[in-house]
Design a protein around this ligand. Structure first.
Ligand code: ATP
Ligand code: MG
Length: 415
């Protein structure tokens, strides 16, 4: 279904006032699956407004009028729409009573011309306006053999929004064809956004009915897909087809195609491979353990860990030889390896992970600058160490270090 919005008001044909109601209405209509095909602005002239109404009725299914429902001479929307449709106006006794009540409540005498606000197009439903005197109108009718929905809304933006949200959205939803939305999220760690876009754009651009957005999070890129169809099955089939093609392209870089966080995926893999994990963290201060334990059920695979900030505790808790620290320094490949292997042995876990680095902003040297981080991963047969040169502030370095450690674990568990 397509829609035309007609904004009535001579002030919007001057350089001083903009029609903003139609922008807001367009957003709401799009949410309902309705496209706005035309927008018209008319001055407060009966014949111009009538012509605009006739043109809109001839070319669209839904015609929405904004403004011109007030009591003054130049508020002519009711008359123009009735004339365009060849329908009469009926003065509603109920609305007259309401208007008198409104004025009485303010201890004012109602001016004679306000009665016009009680005029209702024959067959229209009155849309109550709780915040103003101009009621809206809803008309579901046949014009030249075609079904038309015609909506009259008050001009003041707050009134228009309230009347539309409360009274038109439910009515439109009941009239419009059913619309179901399916969504999918693919998540990737530690990969540049530009690379993701370069590789996936040729695929997702072919799916014009699926809306694709790339969102960057710290250490993570997410691809969001959304599709609207008459049935959920159709919508789901489209996003699943696209997600499948993207998965073929990106392969193991995707850590979740079900919107699961990296730590949850790592725990899932640990469980599947019947492995257990322990951590020895220096500069991340327990962040890996915190992320893992935020997932319910983590105790099945995560045994625990130690925050080994001082050299002494690296030795005491993870069995790192004092000489090794003296020889290579706490932030070194050798100590990262010994930490990972040591914590694994001490805890009886099948896998040990370690992090040692310089999170800054102080503590860096020329040889070992801020952002230098080593991640160790030991499985009892071999110990891998990854050297990172991270950038940014302390929090960023710490989070990215934890992200690298989890991603390293994931990739190991995949093979
Ligand atoms: P009222 O009872 O207030 O006269 P109305 O339905 O006759 O209601 P208008 O007189 O057309 O509405 O507009 C009232 C005020 O609402 C205008 O002065 C203007 O500030 C605002 N307005 C009207 N139309 C629009 C529009 N399309 N976009 C933004 N603001 C609008
Ligand atoms: Mg007015």
């Amino acid at each position: 279904m397509i829609c035309e919005i007609i904004a009535a008001g001579s002030e919007m044909l001057t350089p001083h006032r903009q029609d903003t109601n139609s922008l807001w209405l367009t957003g709401r209509l799009n949410d309902l699956g309705v496209s706005v095909a035309f927008k018209t602005i008319t001055g407060d002239k009966l014949d111009h407004l009538t012509q605009a109404a006739q043109i809109a009725l001839a070319r669209t299914d839904i015609v929405i009028f904004s403004g011109g429902l007030g009591p003054t001479e130049d508020d002519l929307t009711r008359e123009a729409v009735a004339a365009a449709l060849g329908l009469g106006l009926e003065r509603s006794a109920e609305l007259i009573a309401d208007l008198y009540k409104r004025f009485a409540a303010r201890r004012m005498k109602m001016p004679e011309n306000n009665i016009r606000q009680a005029d209702v197009i024959a067959g229209a439903v009155v849309l109550e306006n709780k915040t103003g005197s101009a009621s809206g109108q809803w008309l579901d009718t046949v014009y030249n053999g075609h079904r038309k929905i015609i909506i009259l809304l008050p001009g003041p933006p707050k009134e228009l929004m309230l009347v539309f949200n409360e009274q038109c959205v439910p009515r439109l939803a009941a009239v419009l064809p059913p619309r179901h939305i399916a969504k999918r999220v693919l998540r990737m760690a530690l990969i540049p956004e530009s690379q993701v876009d370069e590789r996936t754009a040729p695929i997702y651009k072919k799916f014009r009915d699926v809306e694709t957005t790339i969102l960057a999070h710290p250490g993570e890129i997410q691809l969001h897909f959304e599709c609207a169809k008459p049935t959920l099955e159709e919508a789901q089939a489209r996003v699943d087809l696209l997600a499948g093609k993207i998965e073929d392209e990106m392969g193991d870089a995707i850590f979740s195609s079900q919107n699961a966080p990296l730590e949850e995926v790592v725990l899932l893999l640990l469980g599947m491979k019947q492995q257990t994990l322990a951590t020895a963290e220096s500069c991340t201060g327990g962040m890996i353990a915190e992320r893992l334990t935020s997932i319910s059920g983590s105790s099945r695979s995560f045994l625990g860990g130690a925050v080994v900030y001082s050299n002494e505790l690296k030795t005491e808790f993870a069995g790192v030889p004092e000489e090794l620290i003296a020889q290579h320094g706490a932030v070194s490949k050798q100590v990262a390896a010994a930490l990972a292997d040591g914590i694994r042995k001490r805890t009886g876990a099948s896998l040990g992970v370690s992090v040692t680095g310089i999170a800054g902003p102080s503590g860096g040297t020329e040889e070992k600058p801020v952002g230098l981080v080593y991640i160790g991963l030991s499985d009892g047969r071999q110990t891998e160490v990854k050297k990172l040169n991270l950038t940014g502030g302390r929090e960023r370095i710490r989070f990215w270090a934890s992200q690298h450690a989890l991603e390293m674990l994931r990739l190991k568990l995949l093979v």
